[in-house]
Design a protein. Structure first.
Length: 87
């Protein structure tokens, strides 16, 4: 069984994460290398709904609620990654 790497891009807003992710995704696609692309918060349909809640300027969640929402979105992503690796 070959190992499938996980590539992570981290940085502040406007640092070029989306740009670099699209370049890597295009590279992998051209070479017919399988990949999944996710973001946090977000990435899956359920996690994207959570993302909208968290990033909504009108939402006034307390710190613990924000943390739990981020963790819920991450849980969705972890499940997606597990499914990908267990194909």
């Amino acid at each position: 069984m070959s190992k499938k790497p996980i590539i992570v891009f981290e940085g502040i807003e406007g640092s070029g994460k989306s740009y670099h992710i699209s370049k890597v995704a295009n590279y992998l696609k051209k070479r017919k290398i399988g990949y999944i692309k996710i973001r946090e918060p977000g990435g899956t349909p359920s996690a994207e709904k959570i993302r909208k809640l968290v990033l909504n300027n009108k939402s006034k969640f307390n710190k613990k609620t924000d943390l739990l929402l981020y963790l819920a979105a991450r849980s969705e992503n972890i499940e997606q990654i597990r499914k990908y690796y267990n194909k």
